[in-house]
Design a protein around this ligand. Structure first.
Ligand SMILES: [Mn+2]
Length: 275
């Protein structure tokens, strides 16, 4: 497993981005020096020149973009389960455009987070999920040949009203047969929703394509009460070899948060190797 940390290309208000002031020339060498191998990159709308510049910067510091996260889509109301079918078509097209950009940057994973949209009070959950499944099938068909895997993230009930648990998310993928869809598991959400973090990881098994690993308080790894030994063991047992990605609040400051987490996670990985 590799270590990664969240980074944004612009000053972002989204809380759990560790390096979020948008200052890449300062942040990238720091991230590298703290022992990270990759980043989850939160972006706003980028043109081709900006993408090329970004690509060169990442290459210069030998950092990989593990996941490309166009959070501005959801912030601008893009919703993949939208009830208005013309609007949903527009939204699917907007996501596909970002798949193109992700591929240009060499990032092979993209998230399905808030832009899956919420269920309205006057409809059944299956109506909402059926529309979402249609959108995701179309986007997966487009993304797969480009080598990009979409990863559905179970998000806790206080933030969205669909697909909160790992069980619900696995059931969704199976019921609608969205074979190429992976899961992005996040310890913060799982700690609220799932009966057991290790149990959920073992059940999701090969579906786990990406992993966010803040501690229980969504701060630096090692600053809360999660049992990282058991979590990392479960990931290893299911054959996960991707990133432990630190999506955490940058407390007490971005560098300390990244430094403490990196040291802590390395020691946990080493313990597992030694056993
Ligand atoms: Mn997350």
């Amino acid at each position: 497993m590799k270590l990664g940390v969240t980074l944004s290309t612009y000053p972002s208000k989204f809380g759990p981005i560790v390096f979020r002031d948008g200052n890449l020339p300062k942040n990238l060498p720091m991230i590298k020096s703290l022992g990270y191998e990759g980043v989850d990159l939160f972006v706003n709308q980028l043109d081709d020149d900006e993408l090329d510049t970004l690509h060169r910067l990442m290459d210069r510091y030998e950092l990989e973009v593990a996941m490309y996260l166009p959070i501005f889509l959801a912030e601008n109301g893009v919703n993949l389960s939208c009830r208005d079918s013309a609007m949903r078509k527009t939204n699917v097209a907007a996501y596909k455009k970002q798949v193109e950009k992700s591929s240009r940057l060499g990032a092979r994973k993209m998230p399905v987070g808030f832009l899956r949209g919420a269920k309205s009070e006057d409809e059944q959950i299956d109506d909402c999920l059926g529309r979402l499944a249609d959108s995701l099938k179309e986007i997966c068909d487009y993304a797969m040949p480009k080598g990009i895997t979409l990863c559905l993230e179970p998000i806790n009930r206080y933030e969205i009203n669909t697909l909160n648990t790992v069980d619900e998310s696995l059931d969704f993928i199976e019921r609608y047969r969205i074979e190429p869809l992976g899961l992005l598991l996040d310890t913060f959400h799982m700690n609220i929703e799932d009966r057991s973090l290790e149990g959920a990881i073992r059940k999701a098994a090969k579906r786990v394509k990406h992993f966010h690993c803040p501690d229980s308080n969504r701060n630096a790894a090692g600053s809360g009460h999660l049992d990282y030994g058991a979590i990392i063991k479960a990931l290893k047992d299911v054959g996960y070899a991707g990133y432990l990605m630190l999506e955490a609040f940058p407390l007490p400051d971005p560098v300390m948060c990244a430094k403490l987490s990196s040291e802590f996670l390395r020691s946990q990985l080493k313990k597992l190797e030694d056993n």
